[in-house]
Design a protein around this ligand. Sequence first.
Ligand code: FMN
Length: 313
Amino acid sequence: MKVLGITAGRKNSNSEILLKEALLACQNEGAEVKMINLKDYNIQDCTGCTICTHGMSVGKKVDCMLTTKDDKDALMKVFLEQDAIIFSAPTYDLMPSATFLKFMHRNLSYETAFLGSIGAIEPKYPVAGLIAVGGSTRSWQSMALEAMAATTFTTSLKIVDMILAKRVPAPAQCLLQDDLIERASLLGKNIIKAINTEPSKRTWLGESEFGWCPNCHSNALIKGEVQWDGTFWPIECQVCGAGGDLEKDSNGNWKFIIAEDGLKRDRMTDEGREHHLDEIKATQGGFYTPENKNIVGLKLKKYLDLKFPGIDV
Ligand SMILES: Cc1cc2nc3c(=O)[nH]c(=O)nc-3n(C[C@H](O)[C@H](O)[C@H](O)COP(=O)(O)O)c2cc1C
């Protein structure tokens, strides 16, 4: 069992400590453990060139143009060999820090389902655990776990547990909350339990009532809007895309009830994400007609010529 811990927190502080506690539990159950802090590596921003997705649309693996320019590729070689990955990140402005997001947004050129489908890799379908750390309560960490979860789709990670570590603003302050440390250890044990479960039978092992969404346990819902192909549900899960509506149970508590077809766009599954590839084909694919290119070329001239003063520093 190979388990990798990836953190983006301060050195020797909350994210690192909680991750170490979870990894220790994994190690105690026999896992081979590695841990990295992203602050120790050179990770460049995704340039947005999309050569990777253009490669995907023609069924060809195209390496990221930054492959030889920073440490991402060397880290991904290890990442893709793991049975489980545990991430921990500090919350900045309600969401995971930029260091975490910068690393994870580069995963697009390592799209596991695609690379597996063309035989470029043997997908391992690792399990994952998430730990988001913040100085406040859920109210000020409202997009932390949700944004972390969204970054795990591309590498087909199966999230089985999540922790929102609240009210730990100062360095290593989590050490004053013994229950939090124990919870991190439990996350580690849950990760091992999931690794030892057949992939098709792996389920959520965190608190059963955690979050709004019974599918991915995110705590964020959005008002539905008609999608590109006419699909509509009144309420959608912001993270996995489950569709349904709000209903009150017999105790008067609101529940998010997933519609019968509400998981057909479940972004947590390779099949669900295929719908999005269809969307990309229909929208980006449609863009590259000679007629559209001509229209854009003519209209673009105005913006190429339009210049405003920048800021000299
Ligand atoms: C720029 C910045 C923004 C922050 N924004 C939030 C926030 O929106 N919500 C919150 O709960 N904590 C916020 N914090 C507090 C950190 O999440 C907190 O200090 C946490 O313990 C950092 O984790 P670490 O000790 O692992 O680095 C912020 C801290 C910084 C430096």
